[in-house]
Design a protein around this ligand. Structure first.
Ligand code: PEP
Ligand code: MG
Length: 590
């Protein structure tokens, strides 16, 4: 559906990332540093701006005290003490004096003056040699962002938990951790200025069944809280003041969707088997233990990727070994006998701990992320490995490492697992001695040494989200280069083929848990390239099963063989999509 503007309507086009349509009032939610009003003020306004500064500081202080009280009740006074450092920032007289001086002498408006001074302080702290002082930079940014949000009358990230009425969130960007906080009953949908299909924010939206559109450029600046809009997560439109005719057309689309969903429900318990009898393992990706119900409801055969880092986000301490054990065990127990593939921590990139202040990196996706972080933070890694091992007594857990770039990382991680096993044996704590351990293949170097990795792993899972970003040098979060993020690029298809062949040569299975597995237009190619398992968001599993049951493996192999001889990703995508439209037209009706 491609709407055109009617009377009084305004249509903004972005990138659709999570299907569904919703309508309601919009709420602008801002990372304030991206939209600071900057102007000068008249002498007469100086006193008013100073009053606003004082009010914002008082309001921020009350908010932090409130959070501190809640944390103290829930987790004890040691954890709550973390917020003392935040309160101190608000009392920092040097900071307040400098902001006041900029208002008094240079007549800057308060938001600009405050932002300028706060950024100067945070950058200076962030560049210090002393680790303790460096960590204070994050405290400083957190508090000053809250002050700016208060000045701009915008909600703060953690306030997203307590929305008072249903709304569509519009934001410059939204972190994966903030997305995880969204209250599904209150957030009808969300749209951001930045982002792309494989950002963890987009992935989270799909997993939460929230319609979402990203890459709307400067919607968060142009629009205002309270405006009425319709958000089309199928096609990537945000329509302001939709007319009756537009609402009627979207009503028809909703009816088609209901019909399709009924057909998809009918095959929920059927296997994902092609028309010529080839069985594909179709699993689901989960982010939180609570997603288990969605896995059962969508008809997936277990979990092909449990992104465990979400257990670590939005909290003020690390989850203990026991807490993690309970989470992993509960998912495994609920889904037995289907496998549950628990991926070890993949922090970094676009997912950061709020309580462990990690220095900001210039290239976080190329930096201290995933297995690299874990192999240097042994205590954190050890707790997680022990928790997974303990949960493995359920019998259906598998373990997988993210971001393996070389043999040494795999060997080191495996050695640590062996140490944890010895400890557990000595403590008489049971675990599954036959626990299968695999590696994600998501870095080109891993593909090139896949034979060696396969000799030390029981399976591979292709993380195509990262494999594409690292092979094509295209930041998976950046909407400006989203057109270059091309899953059917001949180089990508060759890398997938090499991985599948290396895996099979060494007698191990190869799955795909990146978003390629959940894109109907790409599934024929993946099947044709010989992957054994597809794992995707529970919200997409029914459609992928529907499609697999209408394809013949023979035609997918023909397609893949042809694709490997082509030079144009667009041409390959067009033919793969044409095949899907031919065998399953109803999947493409909206
Ligand atoms: C991937 O990179 O494809 C993947 C599944 O992992 P993540 O999206 O969590 O980086
Ligand atoms: Mg990845």
């Amino acid at each position: 559906m491609a709407p055109s503007e009617r009377d009084g309507e305004r249509i903004l086009k972005g990138i659709p990332v999570s299907s569904g349509v919703c309508r309601g009032k919009i709420l602008i939610f801002g990372k304030s540093q991206h939209c600071i009003p900057a102007h000068t003020i008249g002498e007469a306004e100086v006193a008013k701006e100073l009053d606003r500064l004082e009010d914002a500081l008082v309001q921020t202080r009350q908010q932090i005290l409130e959070i501190q009280r809640k944390v103290e009740t829930a987790m004890g006074s040691a954890d709550a003490a973390i917020f003392d450092a935040h309160l101190l920032v608000l009392e920092d007289q040097t900071l307040i004096d400098e902001v006041s001086r900029l208002i008094n002498e240079q007549h800057l408006n308060i938001e600009r003056a405050f932002h300028q001074v706060a950024e100067k302080y945070a950058s200076t702290l962030g560049a210090m040699d002393d680790e303790f002082l460096r960590e204070r930079a994050a405290d400083m940014r957190d508090v000053t962002t809250r002050v700016l949000n208060n000045l701009l009358e915008r909600p703060h990230e953690s306030d997203l938990r307590h929305l008072e009425e249903p709304c569509i969130i519009i934001s410059y960007d939204l972190s994966p951790s903030a997305t995880a906080l969204l209250d599904r009953k209150m957030v009808l949908g969300f749209a951001t200025d930045t982002g792309s299909k494989t950002s963890h924010t987009a992935i989270m939206a799909r997993s939460m069944h929230i319609p979402a559109v990203v890459g709307l450029q400067d919607a968060s600046r142009q629009l205002e809280t309270g405006q009425y809009a319709l958000l089309d997560g199928f096609n990537g439109y945000l329509i302001l003041n939709p007319t009756d005719q537009t609402l009627f057309e979207y009503g028809q689309l909703a009816r088609k969707q209901v019909n399709l969903e009924e057909r998809l429900r009918d095959i929920r318990s059927e296997p994902a088997v092609t028309l010529d009898g080839v069985r594909i393992v179709l699993s689901a990706n989960v982010e939180q233990a609570a997603d288990t119900e969605a896995v059962q409801a969508c008809g997936a055969e277990g979990v092909g990727l449990f992104r465990t880092e979400y257990l670590f986000l939005n909290r003020v301490t690390m989850p203990t070994e026991e807490e993690q054990y309970q989470a992993y065990r509960s998912v495994a127990a609920a889904l037995k006998p289907h496998p549950v593939l628990v991926r070890t921590l993949d922090l970094g990139g676009d997912k950061f701990l709020t309580h462990l202040q990690v220095p900001q990196e210039i290239n976080p996706f190329l930096g201290w992320r995933a297995i690299r972080f874990c192999l240097q933070q042994r205590e954190i890694f050890r707790d997680q490995l022990r928790a997974i091992l303990r949960a493995s007594v359920e019998g259906n857990i598998r373990l997988m490492y993210p971001m393996i770039s070389g043999l040494d990382e795999l060997n080191q991680a495996n050695a640590l697992v062996e140490t944890c096993k010895s400890e557990l044996r000595a403590e008489n704590i049971p675990f599954n001695e036959g626990l299968e351990i695999g590696a994600m293949i998501e870095i080109p170097s891993a593909v090139l040494i896949a034979d060696a990795l396969a000799k030390r792993a029981k399976f591979f899972s292709l993380g195509t989200n990262d494999l594409i970003q690292y092979s094509l040098a295209v930041d998976r979060l950046n909407e400006k280069i989203a057109h270059l993020y091309e899953p059917t690029h001949p180089a990508i298809l060759n890398l997938i083929k090499m991985t599948v062949e290396a895996g099979h040569r060494n007698g191990i299975w190869v799955g795909v848990c990146g978003e390629m597995a959940g894109d109907p237009s790409l599934v024929p190619i993946l099947l044709g390239l010989g992957v054994d398992e597809l794992s995707t968001s529970p919200s997409v599993v029914p459609q992928i099963k529907f499609l697999i049951r209408r394809l013949k493996i023979g035609e997918t192999k023909e397609l893949a063989e042809w694709a490997l001889t082509r030079e144009s990703g667009a041409e390959i995508l067009a033919r793969s999509e044409a095949l899907c439209r031919q065998v399953a037209p109803s999947l493409f009706e909206n």
